[in-house]
Design a protein around this ligand. Sequence first.
Ligand code: NAP
Length: 479
Amino acid sequence: MSFTADRLLLFGATGDLAQRMLLPSLCALSADKLIAPGLRIVGTARQELDDQGYRNFARAALEKFMPADRRGGMAEFLNRLYYQPLDANQADQFQALADKVGPIEQGLSIFLSTAPSLFEPTIAGLVAGGLTGDKVRIGLEKPLGTDLATSCEINDAVARAFSEDRTFRIDHYLGKETVQNLLALRFANIMFEPLWNAAHIDHVQITVAETVGLESRAGYYDGAGALRDMVQNHMLQLLALVGMEPPANYDATAIRDEKVKVLRALRLVHPDETVTGQYRKGAIDGQPVAGYDDELGRDSDTETFVAIKAHIDNWRWKGVPFYLRTGKRLPQRKTEIVVQFRPVPHSIFAGRGARTEPNRLVIAVQPEENITLSLMAKVPGLDREGIRLRSVPLDIAMADAFAGPTKRIAYERLLLDLIEGDQTLFVRRDEVEAQWDWIDAIRASWATHGLRPKTYTAGSWGPSAAIALTERDGVTWHE
Ligand code: NAP
């Protein structure tokens, strides 16, 4: 059902995500008049605060996390905020929350920015408090379970109160501008799609590299590991967007139908096609950093790095490896997709001493948003000693090409879509389950083969086996 909510209810309203992302995003949307003046935002968490107390809390968060030049409409934004203390485990406290939210006939959007262990009691409480129904939709933050079974449990609990068309599973990578640009690049230009297949693409690389270590997430991260923290969601979504067939329309059903086909076509990974690692002490940007076990204070078998050679078993991608790698304490923070084209079938320049290099498309997602296509060009000169060719980048620096529009963070887009009810950039249940299916099989094979993470020095690109994973195919990671 299509409606724009005039109520937003934010669980976990005092948490880290709310402070760093959600409140700044909502403030920006409010300042830019992208949300209706009447939208009432109610925050809730256990902390005892009244409305004014929460407004003070939100002001402090905005001053800390929002760039000064975007705080223009802060005073009006703060006036939209209300707060109701509540323990999500106590169903009897939800009536007071419903009273604070007020009438929901126009529509209510709920955002659960709390631990997934609270999802079930929260749903039960929402039912008890009358905060469900056709005009209520719900947004859920990751992680949605730790495997297929627990993910199904969460999804079943949500489905008891919210139909799929009112369930918005967030993968904030989908809110990133460059990720959406991948669709524009592929489907708004004639030149890529005819080449976007096994006949012309040699391989694809997807890297999500972090320089940070455990930070304050030890409890969660040690139980999850790189495979479940990054690959299961963000990286598989990127892979699906690169690999999918052209959808008929830019709409939620058409795009998600195509993504899920790719996810279901992922081949089971052979143990030789994965490498796991765990960082030991080293240096990042010249600063010494501790090893994972030291940060954790004990030994652990959790992988902080994983590299995978994946295959999509369908006509388009037959024989094209998708190399995925992600890790903590790597030398550089970057998320990028590299599409490596095949060499030209015959070089007319070979007899003149020139070498050609295959074209490469690099889509940088963060920290900078950039699209670069490498093309061969002739080095200027009279060529008396042979022709010289060089690979030169055709660069689309998004920040320069589109200097006018405000640079927005992913959550601005996603919150607005949640309020207005556009599911295109949210993950459907069948996608999540296909993702878990593949990930569970990898973990099962690690367990069967007793695979333990190899160590790597913080500040390096992971264990040397990760380099060997691609080198044995004659491929070098793009660095
Ligand atoms: P957090 O800082 O631990 O915040 C948790 C929030 O939940 C707090 O507002 C907390 O406030 C509230 N809460 C805890 N127990 C509660 C209860 N029994 N009843 C009601 N409220 C309760 O966590 P976060 O980092 O904001 O993350 C929130 C969710 O987003 C998690 O699922 C996380 O995995 C996910 N996520 C976070 C990030 C990130 O960058 N932080 C990124 C991606 C996904 P009280 O203690 O006052 O109740």
